[in-house]
Design a protein around this ligand. Structure first.
Ligand code: ADP
Ligand code: NI
Length: 224
């Protein structure tokens, strides 16, 4: 069912969203690291849900950024320079106005966890909504599944008690392999306290608790 705010969009905006959905589906068709089209659709759904609770936000920019947030990401795309060029060409072909293009790019350039490791980037309200939606999909049962899928795709070790989680990291450190369980300590368990919106904070609670229970159970089984 279409949400109220989707119905509020102009016909040309709705058409642009449908075209964007196909563009993203093609771009991410080969991903097996947990950043596939199903991840995008979950983020779009969560972003729409949060957007409904933030009436001052621009629904179109939220939806577009949610769809496009991983298509120029260095862990998903082999060549980020070409991917960025293709994204710009795609957006211009959709006759998006420059204000919307700039708003969408500012979100997808600055929302990632890795972009915020050494300094916290300023995000628009729309960016905060999409960041919350993306982070919600990194926690809970699906977040656990994605972390192991990612770790497997990069040939990371599942767990090694001798390799300690890192407490401060640059982007280069962050991309240096550790273990999947360390990723929980280095990122996933922090996300609950970094949610921007009230709705994001609310939705993060159950998912966070599921992570805590999982890590406790995992370590207990390892040690027994
Ligand atoms: P961002 O795109 O916000 O910088 P990440 O690069 O951490 O975020 O990637 C998003 C998702 O990819 C994570 O939520 C997790 O599922 C997976 N991921 C990234 N790095 C790792 C890692 N080192 N170990 C396990 N999963 C990872
Ligand atoms: Ni994502």
């Amino acid at each position: 069912m279409l949400s109220d705010s989707f119905i509020m969009l102009t016909q040309s905006q709705q058409h642009c969203i449908y075209t964007t959905e196909n563009f993203v589906k093609n771009r991410l068709a080969d991903d097996h690291s947990g950043h596939d089209f199903a991840h995008i659709m979950r983020v779009v759904k969560l972003a729409k849900q949060i957007q409904q609770t933030e009436p001052d936000s621009d629904c179109f920019v939220v939806i577009m950024a949610a769809y496009l947030h991983d298509v120029i990401d260095d862990k998903v795309m082999d060549n980020v320079i070409t991917a960025r060029q293709q994204l710009l060409e795609f957006m211009q072909l959709q006759s998006l106005c420059q204000t919307d293009i700039d708003a969408i790019l500012a979100i997808i350039d600055n929302m990632s966890y890795s972009a915020n490791l050494t300094e916290k980037k300023r995000l628009s309200l729309e960016g905060q909504i999409v960041q919350d939606a993306d982070r919600l999909d990194a926690i809970g049962a699906i977040g656990i599944g994605r972390a192991f899928l990612y770790g497997g795709s990069k040939k990371h070790t599942m767990y090694d008690p001798d390799i300690k989680p890192r407490t401060s990291m640059t982007k280069a450190d962050y991309r240096t392999p550790s273990t999947v369980i360390n990723h929980f300590y280095e990122k996933l368990l922090h996300l609950k306290d970094q949610m921007n919106t009230q709705e994001g904070q609310k939705l993060a609670l159950t998912r966070h608790q599921f992570l805590v229970n999982f890590v406790n159970q995992f370590e207990a089984e390892w040690e027994c």
